[in-house]
Design a protein around this ligand. Structure first.
Ligand SMILES: *Cc1c(COP(=O)(O)O)cnc(C)c1O
Length: 396
């Protein structure tokens, strides 16, 4: 068989994860692993733990990292906090909240869900009502996905915190920042989250395979009292000064080298500047999609403009417009790789990722590639999306 032909230039990666890995991170990861007694191992783990805490804006939480993906971090949270038969409340946002709920059920939790209304963020009033209904305080934790990557929307975490407080419910507040950390503003301590979880391959710009949780004292106390059998995920076992214990075995050294480099890049640029860059680039994507939608064939999946994510834009296609065809022409002919729909919205949307190591030229190239693909397929999109994207970037 012929090897696949070389792609001249490079293919634009606009999946919302894995995202593009900066050269500095690739180079950092190409170093040799060290033996575990080498003091550089502990120093590396230390830098990553401190960098993550800084990024999460927490002084009070302990960071645990895993050789795992985001689903591993979900499992860590469930295994440590929820004994089989106990209850969690999952705030509906879309495919990711539902997948987390199903994973909790598979591990024996009882799950209360607030309704998931397509294209809308967390309904904080529904969270408050569900907590008030739980008069016996059986709900151990509220699980909230900050940015639902399938729906392309970001929820207001302060409103969820306020709902828990208004219900005077003792449930822990657990937040998934897999798709928002390093892209959208987030402050663990200010938002009063007890546990936060994330993964390497989205806003953190590191290849997949490294997950983490940040856990405060209240959540550690719940974990200590939880009799569920567990070992690999166990926070109390991992709370140690020894690297080997922290990772329940060999740490994923090269991913940690990559994370160290990525955290360095974020810190060099400045967190506020990173957030502003994401907001500007998302603004350009939203301007183009708004323009395209005027042709009637495509529209925003997220129906609440303020909730549109700075990480990913989900575009809903109308009858007779196949999002998979748009993706495949964009990728194969124009070298723009986007993501498709997940769960119940598979085959109805395409998703443009715009987080991580991205600049205006890349966004304009991506949008032009998508427009070109829609032209090839005769999709009646409102013309002038690129001009609107440029106007949005110029005015910022
Ligand atoms: C990607 C993602 C996950 C799952 O992460 P994996 O690494 O694919 O297991 C969980 N939550 C959110 C919000 C995500 O975007």
């Amino acid at each position: 068989m012929n090897p696949s032909p070389r792609i001249p230039g490079f293919r634009f990666l606009h999946s919302p994860g894995p995202t593009r890995v900066p050269d500095e991170v690739v180079h950092a990861m190409s170093r040799q692993p060290m033996d575990l007694a080498d003091p550089r191992v502990d120093a590396l783990i230390d830098v990553c733990e401190h960098g993550l805490k800084k990024l999460l804006q927490t002084e009070r939480a302990t960071v645990f990292m895993y050789s795992a993906n985001g689903h591993g971090a979900w499992e860590a949270v469930i295994a440590n906090l929820v004994a089989p038969g106990q209850m969690v409340l999952v705030a509906g946002t879309g495919h990711f909240s539902e997948s987390w709920a199903l994973q909790a059920e598979a591990l024996g939790s009882r799950v209360v869900r607030t309704p998931c209304v397509e294209g809308t963020p967390i309904n904080a009033a529904a969270v408050e009502a569900a907590l008030r209904d739980d008069v016996r305080h059986e709900i151990v934790a509220v699980f909230a996905v900050h940015t639902d990557t399938a729906s392309g929307l970001t929820s207001d975490l302060q409103a969820v915190r306020a709902a828990i407080d208004a219900a005077a419910h003792p449930a822990l507040f657990v937040v998934d920042v897999v798709a928002s950390l390093g892209a959208a503003p987030f402050d663990m301590d200010a938002v009063g989250a007890n546990v936060v979880l994330g993964a390497s391959q989205k806003g953190l710009m590191v290849p997949p395979g490294l997950a983490f949780v940040a856990v405060d004292e209240a959540a550690m106390a719940v974990a200590r009292g939880n009799p569920t059998s567990r070992f690999y995920w166990d926070w109390t076992l991992r709370k140690s000064a020894l690297g080997y214990r922290k990772f329940c075995g060999t740490p994923p050294l090269n991913l940690l080298m990559g994370l160290e480099a990525a955290l360095g890049l974020i810190s060099q640029e400045g967190l506020a500047a990173v957030w502003l860059r994401h907001q500007r680039l998302a603004g350009a994507v939203h301007a183009a999609v708004q323009c395209w939608s005027e042709g009637g064939a495509v529209q925003f999946f997220c129906r609440v403009p303020q909730a549109r994510s700075v990480s990913v834009t989900t575009v809903l296609t109308g009858p007779g417009v196949d999002p998979e065809a748009i993706r495949s022409v964009a990728r194969e002919r124009f070298q723009v790789a986007m993501a498709g729909g997940l769960g119940p919205i598979a085959g109805r949307v395409f998703r443009i990722g715009h987080l991580g190591d991205i600049n205006p030229a890349m966004i304009l190239g991506c949008l032009a590639g998508v427009e070109a693909a829609m032209s090839v397929l005769g999709v009646p999109y409102g013309p002038g999306g690129i001009e609107r994207a440029i106007a949005s970037l110029v005015q910022d």
